[in-house]
Write a protein that binds this ligand. Structure first.
Ligand code: PLP
Length: 410
């Protein structure tokens, strides 16, 4: 990106002409695309000419969003899906085979962890390791390992993966490094800088920001050499090799499984993306102030936020990320009922979801990690009393006052 982050995103649609001088890419609702010369239709189907065929495989409004995410991630190409989970699930669907092995961070968003259990049932073995040290990743690699998967900052306990060293290890071993950038957003971190080959973003979170649309995206950063990857289909290999990963994701996952992003959703996400940097700046600043307030309060036992100096990966987070994110988690002192505490808050909404304009809060073990059961939660270092906060864009003084009054009641 030669220009700044927000300038680039705001003016991206106008890089090619739009009818009537429109400043946004229009919402194209057509599912099918007609050609005056039938030979052109055949050429598009055969990949000899660029063009759209059918809405499940591509759409001009969705393409405009893909182009924006590619710019944000400084990548070569992106493919959008109906949700962040659809984007994550697309990766094993398109790029792994029965018998392949994945090394995954143990500290993961719960649904991603469940997804790996499903892929294990399909014959793709997954080893879970503490990804805060590259040594654990290195020890888990086998000759069948095709992929290492981590979140930047883990949801919800905020462990920061040993990103630089894992990237270097994967590059040395020719293994695809996949980074879920949702917790940081492309504004705070560019996984290409640590040699990630593929980056996943849930577009539902910070990128769209308003809690009114679902979407997901996989971006190829260009850092991985697909020529060494054994699972690329022969027909895909006819394309330029930099496009092999995205082309296979588009055909084997998007086309064949069909979890495509609606053009209306792509438009909403693109509008949200225009203000992402501004929102995330404010959220991170308030998250730091709130976590500092809680860390010194007598009724709080532990606070987990990479921006706090006592966080085990504070130095790494400071080095890699523009700021430390909008999510923190904490535990109240024993004896304080977490529901009683949550019900004292007036601004944060008891709700799941993150990266939203509004501050959202939930008890983790009782909601998003409930299905896992106590053993898996304990293995993921999630205490039964853990509370997660996704900080919104409310005035920070109002949030600080609200948390202070709620904590002081006990
Ligand atoms: N990745 C992370 C880190 C998440 O926190 C989430 C959702 O909370 C997802 C992926 C899934 O995104 P979506 O809800 O858009 O499917």
């Amino acid at each position: 990106m030669a220009q700044g982050f927000t300038t680039t995103i705001l003016h991206n649609d106008r890089q090619s002409p739009i009818e009537h001088g429109s400043v946004h890419k229009p919402i194209h609702t057509s599912v099918t695309y007609g050609y005056d010369d039938a030979r052109d239709l055949a050429a598009v189907f055969q990949g000899k000419k660029s063009g759209y065929r059918y809405g499940r495989q591509g759409n001009p409004t969705v393409s405009a969003l893909e182009d924006k995410i590619t710019k944000m991630e400084q990548g070569v190409a992106s493919v959008c899906f109906a949700s962040g989970m659809a984007a994550i699930a697309a990766i094993p669907q398109a790029l792994l085979k029965c018998g392949d092995h994945v090394v995954s961070s143990l500290f993961l968003f719960g649904n991603t962890s469940n997804l790996w259990q499903t892929t294990s049932n399909l014959g793709i073995q997954v080893s879970y390791v503490d990804a805060t040290s590259v040594d654990h990743i290195a020890a888990a690699i086998t000759p069948a390992t095709r992929m290492v998967f981590v979140e930047t900052i883990a949801n919800p306990r905020t462990q920061v993966a040993d990103l630089e060293k894992i990237g270097a290890l994967c590059q040395a071993r020719g293994i695809l490094f996949v980074v879920d950038n949702t917790m940081t957003s492309p504004y705070l971190f560019c996984p290409k800088s640590v040699k990630a080959g593929l980056v996943v973003n849930s577009l539902t979170k910070a990128i769209s920001g308003h809690g009114d649309v679902l979407g997901g995206c996989v971006t190829d950063t260009g850092a991985f050499d697909w020529r060494s990857y054994p699972n690329i289909a022969a027909n895909i290999q006819k394309q330029p090799e930099t496009m092999w990963g995205i082309a296979q994701l588009r055909s084997k996952a998007l086309r064949d499984f069909g979890a495509c992003l609606a053009p209306e959703s792509a438009h909403q996400i693109a509008i949200g993306a225009e203000t992402m940097a501004l929102r995330v700046e404010r959220q991170c600043s308030t998250a730091l102030q709130l976590s500092e307030l809680l860390a010194t309060h007598k009724n709080v036992a532990n606070v987990y936020y990479p921006g706090l100096k006592n966080h085990p990966q504070h130095a790494l987070s400071s080095k890699l990320f523009h700021a430390h994110g909008s999510i923190f988690s904490f535990e109240l002192k024993p004896g304080i009922d977490c529901y009683d505490f949550l019900n004292q808050l007036t601004l944060p909404i008891s709700a799941t979801h993150l990266g939203d304009n509004r501050t959202l809060i939930l008890p983790v073990a009782q909601t998003i990690f409930y299905e896992m059961g106590p053993e898996r939660r304990a293995a993921m270092d999630i205490a039964e009393s853990l509370i997660r906060v996704s900080v919104g864009i409310e005035d920070s003084a109002d949030l600080l006052a609200d948390f202070r009054q709620a904590l002081n009641r006990f």
